[in-house]
Design a protein around this ligand. Structure first.
Ligand code: SF4
Ligand code: SF4
Length: 320
């Protein structure tokens, strides 16, 4: 109940002029400082063709970021970075060097995270995950039956993903480890909605830290209302009008290009390349960040940036 009140209070606060002033102040700081939050795309290859994902339609060249390229980028961002997310338009564990990159960042005390479809988890890289110092891992798992799972994660192997997710949780228990925090992400569609009780049971049994019942961005479903739209409207993310927080974060594509936000999977609004321009890519483009802040790109219309991304169930807290 108190969480609902807090959420409502946040929604109200987000709309106040005071919030806009505070955010604007943060934006102005970016004239003088590099950002503290980064997304680094270590690969744009993916093994799946999830129904609402842009990856299967990417026109960008598909490639893995080399470890050397990452180090070059890392050298430019490490003094300002507080967090790095290691995925954007692909499956990060396809790149055999992703966890090595995580290790480099974690060693510097930077918070690290990645989202995976779990197909490439195996004994070896599960050990590497724990040894890397990864802070958060998000496991995307959109169905509790083979049919529902494959309805969304086209090309996926339901049993394999389930087994690998379980193996990761078992290893965490075996080690008595506190990190990474494991978050199971269950996209709620009309098809998967009836399976919510099953995913709750599964999440509890295997011992994930958090279960996210992830809402659907309304723009993902606008042409496909009947098949995808959940009946419970709380699982549809509505458009927002608050200033965009991506004006203070940097998105770095696999080739070093810098883009406006994580929704731009196709890289339509790239504004420079960090490998070529170094930190100047950030400082020279304050006007672009103002445009992001004011949501002046075509794709900003109807964007639900800043909205609640779903219902987060903290299972550790309940157990403890
Ligand atoms: S696993 Fe992720 S990147 Fe790959 S197709 Fe699915 S949603 Fe897209
Ligand atoms: S589409 Fe626009 S409003 Fe939405 S996250 Fe990207 S820059 Fe921000």
């Amino acid at each position: 109940m108190s969480r609902i009140i807090l959420r409502k209070a946040k929604e109200i606060f987000d709309k106040t002029p005071l919030n806009k002033i505070l955010l604007k102040r943060k934006l102005i700081e970016t004239k003088y400082f590099m950002p503290s939050e980064y997304i680094v795309e270590t690969t744009n290859f993916c093994n799946l063709q999830c129904r609402l994902c842009d990856n299967p339609r990417l026109k960008r060249k598909k490639e893995n970021m080399s470890f050397e390229t990452f180090l070059e980028i890392f050298y430019l961002i490490k003094s300002s970075a507080k967090s790095i997310d290691f995925d954007l338009g692909g499956e990060p564990l396809i790149n055999p060097d992703t966890l090595k990159m995580v290790k480099v960042a974690a060693k510097e005390g930077i918070k690290t995270s990645l989202a995976t479809n779990a197909h490439f988890l195996n004994k070896e890289n599960i050990n590497e995950i724990f040894d890397s110092g990864l802070s958060n891992i998000f496991l995307s798992f959109g169905g509790m039956t083979k049919e529902t799972y494959n309805f969304y994660h086209a090309g996926g192997d339901f049993e394999k993903a389930k087994e690998n997710i379980t193996a990761l949780c078992n290893e965490k228990k075996r080690r008595g480890a506190t990190s990474p925090k494991i978050e199971l992400s269950f996209l709620v569609t009309r098809k998967s909605e009836p399976e919510i009780p099953l995913i709750k049971k599964f999440a509890k049994e295997i011992g994930v830290d958090v279960l996210l019942l992830k809402s659907l961005h309304h723009a993902w479903v606008e042409d496909k209302e009947d098949i995808f739209t959940p009946k419970n409207k709380r699982f549809i993310r509505k458009p927002t009008t608050i200033p965009c927080a991506w004006s203070q974060k940097m998105v770095i594509y696999v080739n070093g290009d810098v883009g406006i936000c994580c929704y731009d999977q196709h890289g339509k609004n790239v504004y420079g390349n960090i490998l070529k321009e170094k930190q100047a890519v950030w400082f020279r483009n304050y006007k672009i960040r103002e445009r992001i802040f004011n949501r002046q790109y075509e794709m900003c219309k109807n964007c639900s940036q800043g909205a609640n991304i779903g219902q987060r169930i903290n299972l550790r807290k309940k157990d403890g």
